[in-house]
Ligand binder design. Sequence first.
Ligand code: ADP
Length: 618
Amino acid sequence: MKKTKMKKISDNINIRALKFLYGLCPGYFRMTVFNAFIGTLLPYFDIFMSAEIISELSGNRNPKRTLILIIITLAGNLLIGVFRELTSRFANILSRKFDDSESAAFNDKTLSLDYSDLEEPNVRQLRRKIIESAWIDNHGKGLLMSDFFRLVGYFSDVIMAFIFCLGMVISVIINCFNPMTTLLLILFIAATAAGVMYQKTAMDKLSDLWNSASRNMIEENRISGEMNDYNLGKDIRLYNLADFYERVGKKIIRDNRASFTKLQNKRFLVDIPTDVISLVKNCALYLLVSLCAIRGTFGAGSVIKYVSAVQRLSDAVTMIIYYLNDIRSNTPFVEDYMRYFDLPRKMYQGSLPIEKRAFCDDGDYDYKIEFRDVSFKYPGCEEYALRHLNLTFKIGERLAVVGRNGSGKTTFIKLLCRLYDPTEGRILLNGIDISKYDYDEYMRVFTVVFQDFRLFSFRLSENVAAGLEIDEKYCEKCLEEVGFGDKLEELPEGINTYLYKNFDKNGIEISGGEAQKIALARALYKNAPFIILDEPTAALDPISEAAIYEQFNGIVGNKTAVYISHRLASCRFCDEIAVFDGGKIVEMGTHEGLIAQGGKYRELWDAQAGYYQKSENR
Ligand code: ADP
């Protein structure tokens, strides 16, 4: 009962996955199925025509008819062959279209996920599993599709062979019915059925071994991927991890080889009974057909026709069992794949438009953000990352968010940008809950440069414009404003120079400081009314960070800027400083006011002051 239910679920998921994949590029599916069908037509045409020619040669020996049969055979081969080649070419071209649509659908899904899901370890693991399983024999959707296309081919094989064999069985029953032929016929049918059943049981036994071998291969690929990862290269060398990687890698390779040897040995044992059953089946078939031929029921041509058709039928049935089983072993991977696409968006999707105060020429940028008693826990965490946050800031203000690492500064920004919804309380933009706004429109109000910002291996201009339409002049202006002007002049292709060498061998390598400047230029380019710098300069020394923050403050104009840092000196120029501690705002005020207050800010300031004095004296 349980097994039937399980089977139903796996069948459904494979069918659902096939329907989904078909929807991505129906033309590819239709063409490949058609090609598989044409592929099976040719051998049967040949079997049929060869039988006709042999019958003619062993019978009437009419030269004209023989010649016509030969010409039909050659012409038919040419025609079906060309047709098969053409459909295969089209299917190949369409397969690229399918790959593009599929990877676009996968990426769209990732981009449309709630950020909380994207950060969620289970979701990250699921995504990684899907990508990694594809490395091994294309497990997942790739294997499902190739098995499906093969099955289409073998099913059409079975239909064709069955039509041929039916003729043979009817002939035997009508013309050659005696105890011996009946016995041989029964023996042949029984051996075929036994072969199918044995094959199915053997495949079930092998599938566990195959799955464990696949998992080992995934591990092997992962470790070799890490060893070749450009970004890890530095750390591997610096921390002398080469030995460690080699040791771990060797162990995984050893396990991998062991599981494959086990699989091969088992397969060998499984193959022996299969061969014996096949031998019995073939003996019965040859004896049956020969007996009928001796009695004159079949001519020489029919012997060839029936033997070939029966062989193909039994091979096709064996292969159908094999591929159905392959689909079954692959089902968990398909389930992972569909589970990813089934992930729901849990966050409320608002539809209100944002007032376009900033985007028109005479925009007044009049936006007000309010955190009203906001508390937040990360999904799956017991502890609150933020507690009872109350804060209002208006456009044009410079807000600093300071506090020790782990005090909740970045979480505050994630809530502000609606990457997460508050667990309690509300965040309002111009008096309206931010969840009510259309998400894409809401995001246009902000530009954030996070500490772990990423630049892409594209042109400099594409990095600055970040997918928006590229205004080259404005791009250059933004780069100059953040102090990248001198470097820009040195670049061989100006803003069209590629970053890194992944796509262009003339691409440039940039320093950490230069990368930060480009990230800041990208923030300026977006021209959003709120600019948030979440310690993108953390890798710099405190004095350089303070200089960049002050310089940036000069160029943000009438926009609102939120500066985040655990270094108090970087933000002392701000109108308002919110001091975070343990997920709460413990103090608020100007630098001078907070120093005079003698509380947490003062304590942190005094603790960090020694460092600034040392740096300033240098
Ligand atoms: P800060 O930016 O001040 O260094 P964060 O806002 O990053 O601090 O972190 C605040 C608290 O939330 C910390 O205790 C941190 O461990 C926790 N935290 C941050 N990100 C996550 C996350 N994705 N999942 C669970 N806890 C997190």
